[in-house]
Design a binder for this molecule. Sequence first.
Ligand code: HEM
Ligand SMILES: [Zn+2]
Length: 188
Amino acid sequence: MKGIIFRGLEELVVKTHDITVWEKLMEKHAPAERVYVSAKNYPDDELFALAQEVAVVVDKPLSDILRTFGEFLFAYLTQKHGEILVQFEDFSSLIMGIDTVIHAEVAKLYHEPNLPQIHCEKIDERNILMFYRSNRKLCFCAEGLINGAASYYQMNISIDHQKCMHEGEQECTLLLTFEEKEHGKINR
Ligand code: HEM
Ligand SMILES: [Zn+2]
């Protein structure tokens, strides 16, 4: 996993707790003198161990931590990569462009990134079916990223995680139902 993801986690922990909490996590789960460089690769297990420890510290399930992290990560990544968001006119086109535009660009900017396979089908103006596949099984993080994007575009969204790799499926299926906030709550 790229250093930029670890740095995002660090920023979240420092913002919600403080630097000493992050230092303790690092002492426990990272090699001595570890410094995360955005463009470099680090072991996935290191990220999982750190995220798992955050779950212990805040006493919440790992899935919740990954969702919160994903949501924060969307703002963090788009701030670091200012050129990404200007390419999309709305929430729906961003979601449709994750694989073909956003991660395709990431693959050019970063050396050998480990990206998930994300495929989207637009059902209608308010519904997109997303298929997620990755041996890192970070689908809860994907949910958070989607929520982060929805919040950026001021959309109400609900995510129905219909099939999940954590339940033995080959890929996850997420039904996204969304509408602009001014239209009020989503009726499902
Ligand atoms: C809603 C939008 C997005 C979704 C659902 C999404 C999904 C994900 C997920 C789930 C991962 C973790 C790796 C895995 O699952 O195997 C990931 C990795 C990554 N994504 Fe995205 N992403 C989104 C937007 C973005 C944006 C806006 C950027 C900005 C540059 C970005 C850049 C990256 C990078 C750099 C990685 C790490 C690759 C590595 O560690 O080698 N993503 N993405
Ligand atoms: Zn899943």
